[in-house]
Design a binder for this molecule. Structure first.
Ligand code: GRG
Length: 292
């Protein structure tokens, strides 16, 4: 599936490089560290989701590309910080040494900070093509999804509940905030920027929630069933760190069944949206069946 989307991914990468190259690169190591993590080979699921949602409305994807790239920057910052010794303490990410292993902790922290702030500068690049009102709405949405009410809050809960028995409610909180929020925001941003109406936004909202869940449950399953080589990050870590995961609470079989049920619901929502969304459905099916 990602091969089929390779043109889109190439375009995202070309734009990311454009935004992350500077005239004066001093001190050079921080610029290198930023590009090292961004171009270490991520799947680009979030920007692709944004662009495909926009395409369903006939939007020229050039106009929304800065938001798609900014979201990938936020995602990459979160991975760099998540891998730090104070958090998940991981040596490999995207099949390469983690940022702090390659450049040291201080530079890794700064590379994450630089990407987070660059994301918001990049969002502003689309103000020539998109109305200020829509752009502000999307910036607020993404800030919320990546901040204390979203990814940061989810990450805090994830760390606080390590080695503890968690309820289904807490598991749901961690998943929907830590990973789900940014995925949902990617889809909603594409819809808002492309002029979706109120009714459609409600449908995209639930669709985004489902995609976030499918992504995270599949990630939890892969942590149990896949290998470090295939994943490009350490497999089996969730169980070792006694993390709150779907397989830990529901078991592998039930977790797989939940993914299939969610996939069916996602299909039904896309049907209701009545836009050309075949590529999005294919991508979500890939997310549910991916091997890394
Ligand atoms: C540090 C504020 C802060 C948040 C970190 C995203 C996150 C929150 C932590 C990542 C931990 C983790 C491995 C979560 C599982 C789901 C996930 C986000 C996997 C990585 O996303 P992919 O598969 O990665 O889209 P690529 O490398 O393909 O971009």
């Amino acid at each position: 599936m990602l091969k089929k989307l390779s043109k889109l991914i190439k375009l995202i990468n070309k734009n990311l490089l454009k935004y992350l190259k500077y005239k004066n690169e001093f001190p050079s190591v921080i610029f290198k560290a930023v590009r090292y993590s961004v171009f270490a080979g991520g799947k680009r699921i979030r920007p692709v989701l944004l662009l495909l949602t926009s395409k369903a409305y006939g939007m020229n994807i050039k106009y929304v590309m800065p938001v798609a790239c900014g979201i990938e920057m936020i995602h990459t910052y979160s991975l760099i910080h998540d891998d730090l010794p104070a958090m998940d303490n991981d040596d490999y990410r995207r099949g390469k040494l983690t940022s702090h292993k390659k450049f040291g902790e201080a530079i890794a922290i700064l590379a994450g900070d630089a990407l987070l702030t660059k994301a918001f500068e990049t969002f502003c690049e689309c103000n020539r093509f998109i109305s200020d009102e829509k752009l502000l709405k999307v910036i607020k949405l993404i800030s919320d999804a990546s901040g204390i009410n979203g990814m940061v809050g989810g990450q805090a809960a994830d760390i606080l509940f390590e080695n503890k028995n968690v309820s289904k409610k807490t598991l749901d909180f961690i998943h929907s905030h830590k990973t789900g929020a940014l995925i949902k925001a990617s889809i909603l941003s594409g819809a808002i920027l492309s002029g979706a109406d109120k009714n459609e936004l409600k449908l995209w909202d639930r669709f985004g929630e489902i995609v976030g869940l499918i992504f995270q449950i599949t990630d939890d399953i892969l942590d149990v069933t896949s290998t470090t080589k295939k994943l490009g990050k350490t497999a089996g870590k969730d169980a070792k760190q006694k993390k709150a995961t779907f397989p830990a609470i529901y078991g592998l079989e039930k977790s797989r069944k939940i993914v299939l049920k969610l996939l069916l619901e996602a299909k039904k929502i896309l049907y209701k949206i009545k836009r050309p969304t075949r590529d999005i459905l294919n991508l979500v099916t890939y997310i549910a069946t991916r091997e890394n």
